[in-house]
Design a protein around this ligand. Structure first.
Ligand code: ATP
Length: 311
């Protein structure tokens, strides 16, 4: 499949120290994919997005949208791209409808009904006559998305699109983005610092840290990469620990005083662990296979938890 979004060793340095904000990032996104660009604050997400949108030029490397090299003057490409970068700006004294009307004219969209359609799609109908300055953060974010979508773009580039939304708003935006990708073939590139959230939406995930793309995976791979462990406890935890260690199991400290067994054998055959404890008159009060939390996996991947190097 032809790449809709592609970067080739894209790099940007800032300041006198020329610290790399984005360091040789090469990635590609196919049509209809939702690419989640994941990193902590300051990882380089916004800088990457600004280069994708031609807002700033790279120091080296290049970005391509629909096979064309990004540069500020490429008006043919911008007609097919929608974007929302950080907290979207709207004219505070204009109403929601007036803000959208302005974008419609700037985008030279003939169809005046496009405003009603996008108001309905983003559930902004009740707020259409409210001034932008009086919108809640969540509705301001919706207005930002409405402006990004009004011209039915082929590519959607979003920086932290669920910022400021309440849980119900997050679900709505997620559904909307999913539908745009699945039903209309829109290619979506979105940044976030929350793996849990990205994992629910993205088809592919790239983890960026200190400007570098550390790891890329599709969602199935993510599930396989999560560490599993067997949580075990007994009334006499200490005696159970000695028994399990004596049988060769690797025993770590788990939550709430429980023990965590990380051997593949323990995870595959918890019944063997149960049998061992029962035979020693230490019947388990807890026996549960637990999957690593997504955020813990993210921190482990960028080398910020467990002291490990990024793998
Ligand atoms: N215009 C600028 N001048 C100097 N340094 C900058 C500039 N823009 C970004 N940086 C630095 O580049 C690094 C990457 O910043 P960037 O905003 O791309 O990260 P981010 O992942 O989007 O984080 P956030 O979620 O906080 O926006 C940071 O260290 C930041 O301080």
């Amino acid at each position: 499949m032809k790449d809709v979004i592609r970067t080739e060793r894209l790099s940007k340095r800032f300041g006198q120290a020329r610290i790399p904000a984005v360091d040789e990032v090469s990635l590609s996104v196919g049509k209809g994919e939702i690419y989640g660009f994941l990193g902590l604050n300051g990882a380089g997400k916004t800088t990457t997005i600004r280069m994708l949108l031609g807002m700033i030029g790279p120091d080296s490397g290049a970005a391509y949208l629909l096979g064309k090299k990004v540069s500020a003057g490429r008006t043919d490409v911008w007609a097919k791209v929608g974007y929302m970068v950080e907290t979207p700006y709207s004219y505070p004294e204009l109403t929601v409808r007036e803000n959208l009307e302005l974008v419609r004219r700037l985008r030279r969209i003939e169809n005046v009904r496009s405003i009603d359609a996008i108001l309905a799609k983003l559930q902004l109908v009740p707020y259409r006559d409210r001034k932008a300055k009086n919108l809640s953060l969540g509705n301001a974010q919706r207005l930002g998305l409405a402006k990004a979508l009004i011209h039915e773009p082929e590519i959607l580039i979003l920086d932290e699109p669920t910022n400021g939304l309440d849980p119900a708003g997050i679900v709505e935006v997620r559904e909307l983005l999913r539908e745009l990708a699945a039903r209309h073939g829109v290619t979506i590139f979105l940044s976030s610092h929350l793996l849990g959230e990205v994992a629910k939406l993205a088809t592919r995930i790239g983890i960026v840290h200190r400007g570098q793309l550390l790891k890329e995976m599709d969602v199935g791979e993510l599930q396989r990469n999560l560490k599993k462990s067997l949580l075990v406890n007994a009334r006499d935890t200490e005696a159970a620990r000695i028994k399990l260690k004596g049988a060769g199991y690797r025993v770590e400290r788990g939550d709430d005083g429980a023990m965590r067994l990380t051997d593949d054998g323990a995870i595959a055959r918890p019944d063997n662990v149960a049998k061992l404890l029962v035979q020693a008159n230490l019947p388990p009060t807890l026996l549960k296979v637990q999957e690593e939390e997504l955020e813990a996996y993210f921190l482990r991947t960028i080398g910020m938890e467990g002291g490990g190097e990024p793998s």
